[in-house]
Design a protein around this ligand. Structure first.
Ligand code: ATP
Length: 255
């Protein structure tokens, strides 16, 4: 099983001090939440972890090897990324888009086969998208597009999931369904790291948290240690009221 590790990693945000280098290990089965205010560097971190952006310092390792040593194709077979904004400028249907998740596993010039199709169809069913399989992406609502992005990574079925605000655009029912899906992937042995703006989703579904501050400072650890109201208030510069509901803390912004 793959672990995603960073060694003295500094993400490259122009004009920002290095802050605290990140020494993280996202192990199989773990659900990490990345929290921080707008501009703190959450997306930059995820792109750096996926090898899409060079770090300023340090290194990212997957299954014990630096990303550069593994190569793009091997990384794509092991690591899936749910982007914050969908990159769907070319015309494609929902099913065709989900099938992109199989591309890292196909040899050059080979088309998808029945097994690939079955995986994509199962992912669409899991994301409540079967009825939209033949629809053009450009005709979908924001929440439907978000679910297509998740279905594409589910079709890819990576051992490491990076998800940038996976509940963006989703109604309450689908927010819970997506968090359950990510928890299920973790239970099956994937390592999951997701950026979230909703503290309450993080408190309920994440077992580890990384808090990123706009000056590059960071702290991380088990969720129960990190979910301290005064720490979260400092992170967001926002007073909070805290209550316990069903055994998990609930944070409400105070006016
Ligand atoms: N290519 C770039 N050149 C200059 N600044 C950049 C570049 N890319 C990102 N930044 C800046 O880096 C900072 C971190 O951006 P990032 O998107 O990682 O933040 P975030 O924590 O994901 O924010 P949000 O919660 O708003 O999605 C921002 O201030 C952003 O403007």
């Amino acid at each position: 099983m793959d672990a995603l590790e960073t060694h003295r990693l500094v993400i490259d945000i122009p004009g920002r001090a290095a802050g605290r280098p990140l020494d993280l290990r996202v192990s199989p089965g773990e659900r990490w939440g990345v929290l921080g205010p707008n501009g703190a560097g959450k997306t930059t971190l995820l792109h750096t972890l996926a090898g899409l952006r060079a770090p300023r310092a340090g290194e990212v390792r997957l299954a014990g090897l630096p990303l550069a040593r593994l190569g793009r194709r091997a990384v794509a077979r092991r690591l899936g990324m749910v982007f914050q904004t969908s990159h769907d400028d070319f015309p494609a249907t929902v099913l065709e888009t989900a099938l992109i998740g199989r591309h890292p596993f196909l040899s050059p010039w080979h088309q998808e086969g029945p097994e690939d199709l079955a995986l994509a169809e199962a992912a669409l069913a899991r994301l409540d998208l079967t009825h939209l399989a033949d629809r053009e992406l450009s005709t979908l609502s924001g929440g439907e597009r978000q679910r297509v992005s998740l279905a594409t990574v589910l079709t890819q079925s990576p051992q490491t999931w990076l998800a940038d605000e996976p509940t963006n655009h989703l109604d309450l029912h689908h927010q819970v369904a997506i968090m359950d899906l990510l928890a299920e992937q973790a239970a099956q042995g994937s390592g999951v790291m997701m950026c979230l703006h909703d503290l309450n989703l993080a408190a309920r579904w994440c077992d580890h948290l990384l808090l990123l501050y706009p000056d590059g400072e960071a702290c991380w650890g088990p969720a129960e240690v990190m979910l301290v109201p005064t720490v979260l208030e400092r992170l967001y510069g926002q007073p909070l009221t805290t209550a316990m509901v069903d055994g998990a803390p609930v944070f409400v912004p105070r006016r």
